[in-house]
Ligand binder design. Structure first.
Ligand code: RIB
Length: 307
């Protein structure tokens, strides 16, 4: 069966340690026991959309190590088609070193490993899936050339999460081919040099016009953590508030959010309605620990938000 959503992106083994607070530069601290959890922004977004009931295929690369076997199994067990999740020989899988603080915030360092080997040719070999999918989800944990190839092949709605934030400006042609860009506040600040654009409470048409000028995607949804998200089109902006929940771990909340946007777009939802659904799914994902284990089903969202 043809996928409704295709994700071109990374798969990482998350090595997670709980800490009281995120260490500052030069500081050594004790943390809790090491946990090994399947993650990676691409894989998380694929699993997020699949848990919400979508037919999803993932295009990416893992290494020929034990982590690669574990990551492939985790993604497949969520129901994602992993035919185009390729294996790179003699290469380590992607790994993310994650510290999770007591308040649920985190810091992440990614060693890309096999993710860096994803080529435009790999993506082009999945062109059939990209052409039939209603939604394509992209991030920046794989080479930008692979992301560009995906944009060329995709015919449905294309979403880009610009994470990790690009250190050099992304190509304008690439950005203007994106239907919806989904940065968080720090990614937006890196991309625009204007952190104040995303501050909640400053939601107005002036912000929208300025954002559209510096990021030439058709629309932007700026995620604001527990404050929800700001939906920005070239001439307007609106703030969508998130439900308040007891947050345990924010890892992959942005990925849950993007998976939910894709889920809503498959049904033809508009940007605001899709964001109203995504803030709920993102919030619920923070109530559980880890990346992929935290991603909710539709029933989880209903149950956890009503209890
Ligand atoms: O967005 C969360 C993800 O970022 C983690 O799972 C980690 O692997 C990094 O890619």
């Amino acid at each position: 069966m043809k996928p409704e959503v295709v994700v071109v992106g990374s798969a990482n083994l998350d090595l997670v340690v709980d800490v009281a607070t995120i260490p500052v530069a030069g500081e050594t601290i004790h943390g809790g026991d090491l946990q090994r959890i399947p993650g990676g922004k691409g894989a998380n977004q694929a699993v997020a959309a699949a848990r919400l009931g979508r037919r999803v295929a993932m295009v990416g690369r893992v290494g020929d190590d034990e982590a690669g076997t574990m990551l492939r199994a985790a993604i497949a067990s969520a129901g994602v088609d992993v035919t185009e999740l390729l294996t790179t020989e003699s290469t380590a899988s992607g790994v993310a070193l994650i510290a999770v603080a007591a308040d649920g915030e985190n810091s992440i360092v990614v060693s890309p490993g096999a993710n860096n080997r994803l080529s435009p040719a790999d993506v082009e070999s999945a062109a059939g899936a990209l052409q039939s999918a209603k939604v394509t989800l992209l991030q920046l944990e794989v080479p930008v050339e692979a992301v560009t190839a995906a944009v060329r092949c995709a015919t449905g709605v294309v979403l880009l999460t610009p994470a990790p934030a690009p250190r050099v400006p992304l190509d304008e042609d690439l950005l203007s081919s994106i239907d919806v860009i989904v940065p968080n506040q720090s990614e937006l600040a890196t991309m625009t040099g204007q952190a104040q654009l995303a501050a909640s409470g400053e939601v107005n048409a002036e912000v929208a016009v300025e954002l559209a000028r510096v990021i030439p995607a058709a629309a932007a949804v700026v995620t604001l953590g527990s404050e929800g998200a700001m939906v920005v089109t070239p001439d307007d902006a609106c703030h969508v508030r998130a439900p308040q929940v007891a947050s345990l771990d924010t890892t992959a909340a942005g990925d849950a959010f993007c998976g939910a946007l894709a889920d809503a777009f498959v049904d033809g939802a508009d940007l605001v309605a899709a964001t109203q659904w995504a803030v709920k799914v993102g919030a619920v994902s923070t109530m559980r620990y880890g990346a992929q284990p935290s991603l909710p089903s539709r029933a989880d969202v209903e149950n956890l938000l009503t209890n």
